[in-house]
Design a protein around this ligand. Structure first.
Ligand SMILES: Nc1ncnc2c1ncn2[C@@H]1O[C@H](COP(=O)(O)OP(=O)(O)OP(=O)(O)O)[C@@H](O)[C@H]1O
Ligand SMILES: [Mg+2]
Length: 236
C-alpha cells in the first residue's frame, strides 16, 4: 500500500481536483482506493458523498476517527465511483484544540491506516500548516504539491518540502504542475523545482466536473492527463 498526500500551502491550486481525479484514474487501472478528506472545507467529501445526508456524515468522519470515537472501518463510505471515502466536516477546524495534549494522535492515525487493505490511500489536505496537514504528512509515502501558474503559487513549495523532509527521510516530495498552460509549464520547469513529467492543463472540463461532482469523460484530454499522472505515480 502507498499513501499519497496532496498538499500545498497555497489555496485553490487544484489539490482537491487532483485528489479526486487521481483517485479515479488509479481506480481505473484496477487499484483499490481509499480517498480521505482531512480538510474542514470538505470539498472532496462534497464530490464523492453528495447524496449522503449530513447527519450520517456528522457521525462518521475523519474527526471522529482521529478522536477515537469510531474505528477507522466504521468511518469508511463505499461509493458508486468504486472508491471508498472517509469524509470531513466543517467542525474538523477545531480538532487541533480538541487533541492539543494527545500527541499520539498522528501515530495512532498511521497505525490505523496500515491495517487497511487498499493499494493506494489518497489524502486531501487544507492549505495551511496545521494539525491536519501534519497528520497527513506524517502518514505519507509520497507528497504531491500542485504548483500553479503564477509566482505566488510557488510560495510555500520549499517550506512544505522542508516540512516533509522533517516528517521522515523516506518520504518522496514532488510538485505537479496544475491548471497550467504549456507556456507556464516551461517557465515552471526552468525554475528548477522538482516536478512530475505529467501535468494538468487549465481546463474547463476539470472545473465543470469538479464543481458538478461528475467524472471526466473517459478518453477526454483531461482524463488522459490524470491517467498519465497516475501511471507516473505508480512507478515512484
Ligand atoms: N486543471 C484545472 N483547470 C481549470 N480549473 C481547475 C483545475 N483544477 C482545479 N480547478 C478549479 O479551480 C478551483 C480550485 O480547485 P481545487 O478546489 O481543486 O483547489 P484546492 O487547492 O483544493 O483549493 P483549496 O485550497 O481551497 O482547498 C475549483 O473551482 C476547481 O474546479
Ligand atoms: Mg481543496
Amino acid at each position: 500500500m502507498k499513501i499519497i498526500t496532496i498538499a500545498s500551502l497555497k489555496g485553490g491550486v487544484g489539490k482537491t481536483s487532483i485528489a479526486v481525479f487521481l483517485s479515479l484514474a488509479l481506480k481505473n487501472s484496477k487499484n483499490s482506493i481509499l480517498s480521505i478528506d482531512i480538510d474542514h472545507n470538505n470539498n472532496l467529501t462534497d464530490f464523492f458523498l453528495r447524496d449522503i445526508d449530513i447527519e450520517t456524515i456528522q457521525e462518521r468522519n475523519i474527526g471522529q476517527i482521529l478522536k477515537g470515537t469510531i474505528g477507522i472501518s466504521e468511518g469508511i463510505f463505499k461509493t458508486d465511483y468504486g472508491i471508498d471515502v472517509i469524509a470531513s466536516v466543517p467542525e474538523l477546524s477545531t480538532i487541533a484544540f480538541e487533541l492539543l495534549f494527545d500527541t499520539a494522535a498522528p501515530l495512532r492515525f498511521a497505525a490505523m491506516l496500515k491495517t487497511l487493505p487498499y493499494d493506494f490511500i489518497i489524502i486531501d489536505t487544507p492549505p495551511a500548516i496545521s494539525f491536519e496537514l501534519s497528520c497527513a504528512l506524517h502518514v505519507a509515502d509520497i507528497v504531491l504539491c500542485p504548483v500553479g501558474y503564477s509566482r505566488w503559487n510557488i510560495q510555500g513549495y520549499s517550506i512544505l518540502d522542508a516540512k516533509v523532509k522533517r516528517a521522515g527521510e523516506n518520504k518522496y516530495f514532488i510538485g505537479v504542475p496544475s491548471a497550467v498552460t504549456d507556456k507556464r509549464v516551461e517557465t515552471l520547469r526552468a525554475g528548477g523545482l522538482k516536478l512530475t513529467k505529467s501535468f494538468i492543463h487549465k481546463s474547463e472540463a476539470i472545473a465543470t466536473a469538479s464543481d458538478s461532482g461528475k467524472i471526466l469523460r473517459e478518453g477526454s484530454p483531461s482524463a488522459e492527463e490524470f491517467k498519465s499522472l497516475a501511471m507516473e505515480i505508480v512507478k515512484l
